[in-house]
Design a binder for this molecule. Structure first.
Ligand code: ATP
Length: 238
């Protein structure tokens, strides 16, 4: 089964819920590897993207690779340049400047003061993360840290396919059915009594059966979705 491990934190949900469904325009500031990946994915998904960078070379590269509808060279620490380029009119702006902390902070502050409703910023350290929140970023991503945590988790718990963190102590996880559960019915397994977990669904080949019948037998190669506290999830024989 293909591993696809992603963490979603409920604290980010407010931000994602606030994104307007009809928003089809995004501006990306900073066209390093991260910024270009954001541009090309949005572009491929059919959204209109304005890509900007202080370095003309990066702007030209984005245009020649056709990974954004528009690209402009500008210094995002200059609030007049941002205004003239119409960046303040965008609903969502992504600040993809990781290494230049001062530039990233000033840019985020400019966007906040310019009235951009949704500002997403990339951090390169814990302190950078805090500063971005302080100057008004609505959502901060820290890709190197997050990827490192995910790798460690997936190396130590490869059976966990997907995870939704409800809070630091409780989660909903999709896990590969443990070998010792193979052939047993959900009723026999008494997952709630033995592990304190509630079984929400079983899945086979990406299809989910919600609230499965207790007489259903679990099989190797399929997966199950449980909700409970992390301590109990860790007690599963996976
Ligand atoms: P990568 O995404 O490649 O890992 P990164 O996110 O750490 O790198 P940086 O090296 O911080 O990226 O820079 C990303 C881009 O931001 C660079 O292309 C850089 O030219 C651009 N950039 C830096 N300062 C400014 C600025 N003041 N205005 C606009 N763009 C800028």
């Amino acid at each position: 089964m293909k591993q696809r491990y992603k963490r979603v934190n409920l604290s980010s949900l407010g931000f994602f819920r606030s994104l307007r469904k009809d928003n089809h325009q995004f501006a990306v500031i900073g066209l390093g590897r991260f910024g270009r990946a954001v541009c090309s994915t949005l572009h491929r998904l059919g959204y209109e993207v304005l890509a900007t960078d202080i370095d003309e070379k990066n702007v030209n590269q984005v245009m020649s690779e056709h990974i954004a509808a528009h690209a402009v060279q500008l210094d995002s620490t200059d609030s007049v340049a941002l205004k003239e380029a119409g960046i303040y009119e965008f609903d969502t702006v992504i600040v993809a400047i990781g290494n230049y902390i001062q530039e990233s902070i000033i840019t985020t502050l400019n966007l906040k003061e310019g009235g951009v409703p949704h500002i997403v910023a990339k951090a390169s350290s814990g302190v950078h993360c805090k500063l971005l929140h302080r100057v008004g970023a609505d959502h901060v991503v820290f890709p190197e840290y997050e990827a490192g945590c995910e790798l460690a988790r997936s190396l130590t718990k490869p059976a966990i396919l997907d995870r939704f963190d409800l809070d630091p102590d409780n989660s909903i996880v999709e896990v590969i059915v443990p070998d010792e559960f193979h052939g047993k019915t959900i009723g026999d397994l008494q997952i709630r009594n033995r592990y304190g977990l509630n079984l929400l669904a079983v899945s086979q080949d990406g299809k989910f059966e919600i609230n499965p019948d207790p007489r259903k037998r679990l099989e190797k190669g399929s997966a199950m979705v449980v909700i409970g506290c992390n301590r109990d999830i860790n007690r599963l024989p996976i």
